[in-house]
Design a protein. Structure first.
Length: 192
């Protein structure tokens, strides 16, 4: 489990830092939340991470916008499945494209808006179309570890450094089995 998730967690962290670099007001709002929870900027542990709404929203929004498993998850249809005018027959092999699903049925789908996760009712509705770890019996067994790692590492990084895109940096999505940011040259400046 530890080996299987290192690239996906690393790419998710990279995408999150790219979005924070592109959105300085969000970065500052996140810093304010982190400083309120950990004013001495000491080590982060799981006990300090509970209830950090902005942190959770930033991570979820980066995962929604840039799912590292963008092509999704394959499934075999267990029974005939009506889909509009069509029926997907039992036994058909299907693909759930997370990149598309995460942009379906929401306002401003291509924008980084972590605030959309702050209202519990809205977050619940979003959660039904939020599948960064897949779902059901074959979902990611390491999702709790991945989320803990992301929260702890991002909290520590944002408290210690401000991030900005380097001048001329052009970030693009590069995908094979996982989607990673290419050309993401970030400048990290130590915070006072």
């Amino acid at each position: 489990m530890l080996v299987a998730g290192h690239d996906t967690t690393g790419y998710t962290l990279a995408w999150t830092l790219v979005e924070l670099a592109r959105n300085p007001p969000v970065q500052e709002r996140l810093l304010a939340e982190l400083d309120a929870a950990n004013p001495g900027r000491g080590p982060w542990g799981p006990e300090r991470l509970g209830g950090l709404v902005c942190l959770g929203g930033v991570i979820k929004e980066a995962m929604r916008l840039w799912p590292v498993a963008a092509l999704g998850s394959g499934r075999v249809v267990e029974g005939d499945l009506p889909a509009g005018e069509f029926t997907v027959p039992r036994g058909a092999e299907t693909l759930l494209p997370f990149f598309v699903i995460h942009r379906t049925g929401i306002e401003r789908p291509d924008e980084f808006v972590p605030e959309r996760w702050e209202d519990p009712a809205a977050a619940d509705a979003l959660g039904r179309l939020f599948l960064p770890f897949a779902s059901g019996r074959r979902n990611c067994v390491g999702q709790n570890l991945a989320m803990l790692e992301l929260r702890m590492v991002l909290a520590a990084l944002v408290q210690r450094f401000s991030v900005a895109l380097a001048p001329g940096a052009e970030v693009t999505a590069e995908s094979f089995l996982t989607m990673r940011p290419a050309g993401a040259l970030l400048l990290a400046r130590p915070r006072p």
